[in-house]
Ligand binder design. Structure first.
Ligand code: AMP
Ligand code: ZN
Length: 135
């Protein structure tokens, strides 16, 4: 399914031109228009899924192999020093385009890409709460 007013549906299906670095029957991988670093790319499924919770399981299983292929190739040409894979779900998590996408962000020694959080401490109480609810 495609969604009418979704820009990533239009890009993924070639209705809007994009800087495509990889394409197969399920995905298009494009360069991000506002990159966090040189070579920042996005994996877009051609079908519309708003986020990870909606993503089809069969398609989900294909995302990481595509990521591995693309970052391996990009690392060769960019000579970057590392990579972050980032995937936001929900506005509170920073999602601005509600069509599933996986960010592939090359990292360079000394860059100022700010993917960080303040480490907390896992308390016994919270650990027990979570583990008991999962049982
Ligand atoms: P997120 O905040 O995880 O939803 O990421 C959305 C990403 O899409 C951002 O990094 C934007 O820079 C990028 N973006 C938005 N519109 C376009 C577009 N037309 N072409 C390429 N990248 C886009
Ligand atoms: Zn879409």
């Amino acid at each position: 399914m495609k969604e009418n007013n979704c820009i990533f549906c239009k890009i993924a299906n070639g209705e809007i031109p994009s800087a495509t670095v990889y394409e197969d029957e399920d995905f298009r991988v494009i360069l991000d228009l506002s990159p966090a670093s040189k070579g920042h790319a996005l994996i877009l499924p051609k079908e519309h899924y708003a986020n990870l919770f909606e993503l089809d399981d069969e398609l989900a299983a294909k995302v990481l192999p595509v990521a591995k292929e693309v970052v391996s190739k990009m690392k060769e040409i960019l000579h970057c020093d590392g990579y972050n894979l980032v995937q936001n779900n929900g506005e509170v998590a920073g999602q601005t385009v509600h069509h599933f996408h996986l960010h592939l962000i090359p990292r360079y020694e000394g860059d100022d890409v700010g993917i960080q959080w303040k480490p907390g401490t896992l308390s016994e109480e919270v650990k027990e709460e979570i583990l008991s609810k999962l049982r």
